[in-house]
Design a protein around this ligand. Structure first.
Ligand code: PEP
Ligand code: MN
Length: 340
């Protein structure tokens, strides 16, 4: 960090800053300009946010400018080469686009197996489906729970597709690990659930970490850092729309946020246009826009009969529409020098 002193700061003020730095194990470099004195903190990275906050309160300190990111393991500063993350055989990152598709919720054996066969035939690499559902209303369908997980396993058995499913509570992790789920999804509502992030990070399974709908890119990356510091860098970030004043779409798909996050992190980032837009009518356009903006893949809701879906029917594609979209994604991928 660099400490910028106010014009007119005296020796005594500079000394107090230096004392505080030294007390926290930092060295310093002093630079006296005509108008201002700058103090560069050197060395220790310990507690840098807290130290910065303390120094900012000292007299005649104008501001403290951080120069290192508040996250390390997920940062491009730490690792320049983009990371590749695998879910089963599916590959996300660098030249590979990974496609995760399937219904919002697992509803029945027939539904999930039909969905799995359809998305596989269209070229998806992973099957999604919620067994434990984070619904905004307690009166909405809450998912089939452990039974839904069994049905997902049956769909994996039937198609060979790796499965991705949401975990809402640390108490569900053991079951997911036992059943050898291929990747755990952390939903938008749980992005700030730090105990969940830590436990998921420690369980060893790849993680799809959705962006909180009111989280900044920086907060999203710090959430990823929680998973990473617990021992797991197999993290795929997922932009799924943020809340803005716009009501025409369910959320606002933040493609600039995606591009900005890609400059900051070496983790792969996919886009979920289904929850972002809330309507099947906009999913194809936003899928293509996401790939053009540099996404490493997509997560798309597909239901064999969206009109009968127990959750998120309005935004679900039919298998036929999904298959047509996959043809377009393949063409665009070729232009972008990417492979599916
Ligand atoms: C989902 O993927 O079905 C879901 C609930 O997503 P989100 O957490 O992005 O709302
Ligand atoms: Mn959904």
């Amino acid at each position: 960090m660099i400490i910028v002193m106010q014009p007119g700061a005296g020796e005594e003020h500079v000394r107090r800053v230096i004392e505080r730095l030294e007390a926290n194990g930092y060295g310093y470099h002093l630079s006296r300009g005509v108008e201002r004195t700058l103090i560069g903190a050197i060395g220790s990275q310990e507690h840098k946010e807290r130290v910065a906050e303390q120094i900012e309160r000292l007299p005649m300190v104008e501001r403290v400018v951080p120069i290192l990111r508040p996250y390390k393991l997920v940062s491009r500063e730490h690792e320049l080469v983009p990371l590749v993350v695998k879910i089963g055989d599916a590959v996300f990152g660098r030249e590979k686009l990974g496609i995760i598709a399937g219904p919002c919720s697992v509803e029945s054996e027939e539904q999930i197996i039909e969905a799995a066969r359809a998305v596989k035939a269209a070229g998806a690499h992973c099957l999604r489906g919620g067994a434990f559902k984070p619904r905004t209303s307690p009166y909405s369908f809450q998912g089939l729970g452990p039974e839904g997980l069994e049905l997902l396993l049956a769909a994996r058995q039937a198609t060979g597709l790796p499965i991705v499913t949401e975990v809402m509570d640390p108490r569900q992790i053991e079951l997911m690990v036992d059943k050898k789920v291929d990747a755990l999804q952390i939903g938008t509502r749980n992005m700030h659930n730090f105990d969940l992030l830590k436990e998921v990070g420690a369980c060893g399974l790849p993680v799809v970490l959705k962006r909180g709908w009111a989280a900044t890119v920086q907060e999203w990356l710090r959430a990823a850092e929680y998973v990473a510091t617990a021992g797991n860098l197999d993290i795929i970030l997922c932009e799924r729309g943020i809340r803005t004043f716009e009501t025409e779409t369910r959320f606002t798909l933040d493609l600039a946020g995606l591009a900005a996050a890609k400059l900051e992190t070496h983790l792969p980032i996919i886009v979920d246009p289904s929850h972002a837009t809330g309507t099947h009518k906009l999913v194809p356009q936003m899928s293509l826009a996401a790939i053009a903006a540099g996404a490493d893949g997509l997560m798309i809701e597909v239901h064999p009969h969206p009109d009968r879906a127990l959750s998120d029917g309005p935004q679900s594609l039919t298998p036929k529409r999904f298959s047509a979209l996959m043809d377009e994604v393949r063409k665009l991928a070729a232009v972008m020098n990417k492979e599916l």
